[in-house]
Write a protein that binds this ligand. Structure first.
Ligand SMILES: Cc1cc2nc3c(=O)[nH]c(=O)nc-3n(C[C@H](O)[C@H](O)[C@H](O)COP(=O)(O)O)c2cc1C
Ligand SMILES: [Mn+2]
Length: 463
């Protein structure tokens, strides 16, 4: 069935427009050669990972549609898209979430949208160009698609991102980590003896992506977190009604799959190279039945490389939430950063202008409470560059009193993918790398005078 659609959403709401915009900004690499989606595509993408451009694979062997990757692997790129300096991104994200928390703009269910241009006569997942990334991955994965589900009791919508392994023409397996709202919905559906319906929305913009990645601490289960996308778009997010199930789909997605999980049905899933740089192990996980596939007439498949792209989604959203909470709870907190060496959300560096002795320790406690996956918190003074690992190490080696400044918390809930947290349980550590309070001259940082170079006669300079 073919439908016609002509809408004009804002750039951020539509991945197709985002790709056009990146191209106009000189931030799109086009790979014109035909590329094998099994390993080769990810291998080529990895060569561009972290750089200031995203990549569009125009010809994917065996498939009719292109594949797009890299939207989230550089904060510089994201900053350019949002028209923000990259260091202002956490504040920008925190402001959008705050505006949603104080005045939510609920999504709007509209009659039609680009995702309904084509409804496939048959469900056949092999028509989608779903790549296999890492060498030992167990198969093709959806790793950037947004799940929309509804609470079986209250009907409240939830958005999240989960990895899905393709195991057949109409079958997937999903990985739901501990503490996820989707897991709660599945338990509720099981208790009622009902299947859990959801939609899988492939190829959405960063508004919906960030809404889905918003942590439970920022978006509690009783709220419709899709409203966060409205805050990013500056207009209500547009959804279209499901055609075989009760759950809506993102109107401007590239593809939307209507799916269901029958409680109790499981299938082996994995291995999958995860954000940690380790493989997630094979285990039985919930089986998903795909009941219908909708798409745009000329869709582009969106994938991401597990790594920096997750640091800048889960990590950026976590950072924004920690910053917003710490600003309220801990006097003097100026900025926070989830370091990339710390897998994007295991190590938070906090910058504080201490007002009283002991607040650096309070900052450690509040940071752990604000984002449970964190394993380490390092607190530094206001004269340290928290985004520069070398500067943070300087504070640690010259200001940390290793006898009194290290806080160890045993048997704490953490992130199950971190191998030091088997079964989600492990030891967390906080480092108070602030100078003693009240401040003494012994810890004052030596400085040279700030000078501009304009107007000076200088030759031979390379920087
Ligand atoms: C690219 C990406 C992949 C993710 N993969 C998974 C996953 O496989 N399983 C999972 O439970 N969470 C995964 N997450 C994290 C959740 O989507 C995220 O924590 C979200 O906030 C959970 O939503 P909830 O708070 O409504 O439960 C992923 C996040 C991103 C950005
Ligand atoms: Mn949620």
């Amino acid at each position: 069935m073919e439908r016609d659609f002509s809408g004009s959403p804002r750039v951020i709401a539509d991945l197709g427009r985002i790709i056009d915009r990146l191209e106009a900004l000189g931030r799109l690499v086009r790979v014109r050669s035909e590329v094998d989606p099994r390993h080769d595509l990810a291998g080529i993408a990895a060569r561009f990972e972290g750089g200031p451009q995203a990549v569009l694979f125009e010809k994917v062997a065996g498939h009719a549609y292109p594949v797009f990757v890299g939207l989230y692997w550089s904060r510089e790129l994201l900053g350019a898209l949002f028209d923000q300096p990259e260091t202002a991104l956490p504040q920008h994200v925190a402001a959008s979430i705050k505006s949603w928390q104080s005045a939510p703009v609920d999504p709007l269910v509209v009659a039609d949208g680009p995702v309904l241009e084509v409804t496939e006569a048959e469900v056949d997942l092999s028509t989608l160009p779903i790549p296999i990334h890492a060498l030992e991955d167990g198969g093709s994965y959806f790793d950037a698609a947004v799940v929309i589900a509804k609470d079986p009791e209250t009907g409240v919508r939830n958005a999240s991102i989960q990895r899905f392994q393709v195991i057949g023409t109409d079958r997937l397996v999903i990985n739901i980590d501990a503490g996820r709202h989707l897991g709660l919905y599945l338990d509720k559906a099981a208790a009622r003896g009902e299947p859990l319906a959801f939609t899988l929305n492939v190829g959405v913009g960063p508004g919906v992506h960030f809404a889905a990645a918003a942590p439970a601490e920022a978006a509690p289960v009783e709220t419709d977190e899709l409203g966060i996308a409205s805050a990013f778009h500056g207009a209500p997010l547009e959804l279209v009604a499901g055609t075989v199930g009760p759950v809506e789909m993102v109107a401007h997605a590239m593809w939307a799959l209507e799916c269901e999980i029958r409680p109790g049905e499981v299938h082996a899933e994995g291995p999958f190279a995860e954000v940690t740089g380790y493989y997630a192990r094979v285990e039985p996980r919930p089986l998903v039945r795909v009941k219908r596939i909708h798409r745009r007439r000329a869709p582009i498949f969106h994938t991401l490389l597990s790594g920096a792209e997750v640091f800048n989604s889960v990590g950026l959203l976590g950072e924004a939430n920690v910053l917003a909470l710490l600003r309220v709870q801990v006097p003097g907190v100026e900025d926070v950063y989830f370091s990339h060496g710390g897998c994007g959300f295991y190590h938070c560096v906090v910058k504080i202008a201490q007002k009283r002795a002991g607040w650096a320790k309070q900052a450690i406690l509040a940071t752990f409470a604000a984002f449970p996956p964190l394993k380490m918190v390092t607190v530094v003074d206001e004269d340290v560059d928290i985004r520069n690992g070398r500067d943070v190490e300087w504070a640690m080696t010259t200001r940390l009193d290793a006898k009194t400044g290290i806080l160890v918390i045993e048997n704490a809930f953490g992130h199950g993918l971190n191998p030091t947290f088997p079964n989600y349980l492990g030891t967390k550590v906080g480092f108070d790398c602030t100078r003693p309070f009240p401040h003494t001259p012994a810890f004052d940082r030596a400085k040279t005078k700030a000078m501009a170079l304009d107007g000076l006669d200088i030759v031979g300079a390379k920087r």
